[in-house]
Design a protein around this ligand. Sequence first.
Ligand code: SF4
Length: 208
Amino acid sequence: MGLGPVWRLRRRQEAAAEAPEEKASPGWIELKAAVPACTACKLHQGRTQTVFGVGDEQADWLLVGEAPGAEEDRLGEPFVGQAGRLLDSMLAAIGLSRRDNVYICNVLKCRPPGNRNPEPDEVAKCTPFLLRQIELIGPKLIVAMGRFAAQTLLDTDASIASLRGRVHRYAGLPLVVTYHPAYLLRNLPDKAKAWEDLVFARRTMQAL
Ligand code: SF4
């Protein structure tokens, strides 16, 4: 004889109670609360605040830099100051804006002391935040800005020069490489190359 409905219900409740708890992936609200509370690596000790990211949360374009600098750490927003203004004007030249159709963030959400390079364990601890941002945004194209971001995302020691002008892949998405705007401020002749990269990125986007 089969089990009655009350017993079937009780069995299901018991099975649910015994099943390992499945953690739902965080949405934007949970993620934005988790990052400022994060103490997973030693960088939390020296930060003024975390720098989560900014822009259109459904953007087709995702720009990823290295880590917050002093101004970003102070203001809580990535790519501010002179470098940020340069980036904004380059984006505007191809019809993009961090307010409308671009999302900007860094590999690391906390500032490394003295702007030193991030260390591998810090990258490993922080990368899940970036990966979840990518899942939530669902961009069509990633632009890695600067040597560190490019080398980290592509897991390579290759130079920016050798990585530019090609379509790579990260997290299943096309990725192109360009210079960091802070580098361009110190090396003005390379602005022309960065412009070529953006035009290449736009062409890549149009072909997707
Ligand atoms: Fe957490 Fe990332 Fe900050 Fe490290 S850098 S404390 S992993 S948010």
